[in-house]
Design a protein around this ligand. Sequence first.
Ligand code: RIB
Length: 277
Amino acid sequence: GLVSRKTATIGLVIPDVANPFFAEVARGTEDAAIAKGFTVILCNSDWKAEREKMYSKLLRQKWAEGVIAVGSRSSESSLRELIDPLPMVFVDRFTMLPGSDSVWSDNKKGGLLATQHLIDMGCRKLAHISGPTHSPASIARQKGFLLGIKEANVSWEIVKGDFRYRSGYDAGMELLTRDVPPDGIFAGNDLMAVGILQAAASLHIRIPDDLLVIGYDNIAMAEYVAPPLSTVDQPAYEMGRIAFDMLHKKMQDETRESRNVREFEPLLILRESTNRK
Ligand code: RIB
């Protein structure tokens, strides 16, 4: 049979430790783990599949008892294969894999809500800045965006970003220096939205007078930038906490055949950046 050791350790693989969304997820997981006498090995994949692979190997060598994979870019089945036979929970993506649990928020619906809000506020030329091509959350938000514009008579385009400040800034500089710039931008996450705010400020484009901007995540910073940023809330800390609880249950379940899903509803948070008078 399989050799196993009780180490009371789990692995948590996130894409980017500098992104406050993932930092909050990690805090939620760590607090829940400590409460149950577990410690957490934090691994930062930098959105790279080969790092996810390297860390999966490492976590098994260190006798981790389970793994939580957040927003990963690898395919579910390849990750599952790497982690096997350890119990595993996916966060920030939905999985149909038998035996694997997931905690996610309905990103397609969130993308739709953000897009409809811009349209409701009178925008006629929309742009969406997407996240990295392989991010399941980004793909779902983009679907929501396309659904929203389908129902309205507006012009639109999608610019590729990578969920970091700089790509939001670059996309903003490109879009806002055109002859006819967009009047509404839906950024795939808050960090890119903050980059857009900075691009607009440097071009003397006023928000919300000339341009509306909405982000995604509702990181704490969204409330403190100028102007305060409208966004779509995901309960990052809670998602991390629940992921550990699901993993903990799974570690005690010998059969590990169940597939549990905890889905959160995205919530529109309205602030000054979309408050056109
Ligand atoms: O800000 C990082 C983003 O990547 C979040 O929106 C999260 O859902 C992830 O996929």
